[in-house]
Design a protein around this ligand. Sequence first.
Ligand code: SAM
Length: 214
Amino acid sequence: MTFQTLRDIMVDFQLVPRGLHDKRVLDAMKKIPRQLFVDESLWDRAYDDMALPVGEGQTISQPYMVAVMTELLALSGNEKVLEIGTGSGYQAAVLAELSREVYSIERIGALSEKAGETLRNLGYINIHLRVGDGTLGWPEAAPFDRILITAGAPDMPEPLIGQLSDGGIIIAPVGDRFSQQLIRITKEEGHLKSEYHTPCMFVPLIGEYGWKEE
Ligand code: SAM
């Protein structure tokens, strides 16, 4: 089976039957070669319905979670997006297909470096990477139309709310260290509106406005 067939099966059997319907998101996930974001020894599992290890104790998220979070961001193509937790770079690639510019922060240098290499090889020129504590955001590039946190947070980090533009959306898995719920906050004329979505399980967001390192 080709990787294209595996991608089509992933979308048609893991995403569509669970209610995902944004054609732009589904098309992006049919296009991006997810196997290139994991070690070659895992290529035969790259399209499985699960998160996979990417080294340094971190993971590339389950395709379903990537699709849910991306669909909730409601991207039309012209947004400036901030992602916290670059990891493998796969989610950044999905965002880059669907928005104008992506800024992505990763706290582990080796992961950011590897992700940068993969994304460059695939020809993405609208993704900016930085190593650091993403809970502090990227003040020089703010405000952002969308912010996506791809690690489990104890609370929505305050600095990120401050860097969200009016009309913007921020999404994060919020809860305890081992289980969270996806929360979507929309900023409208300075007011915040929260909605609660899918239960989930992410590796911890570690930083000044996240969990403390153990
Ligand atoms: N989005 C990634 C992908 O597509 O592969 C998956 C992200 S993985 C579930 C969570 C990532 O968040 C890890 O790589 C972890 O090192 C990173 N992380 C945790 N705390 C962070 C912080 N404060 N700032 C930036 N990255 C952080």
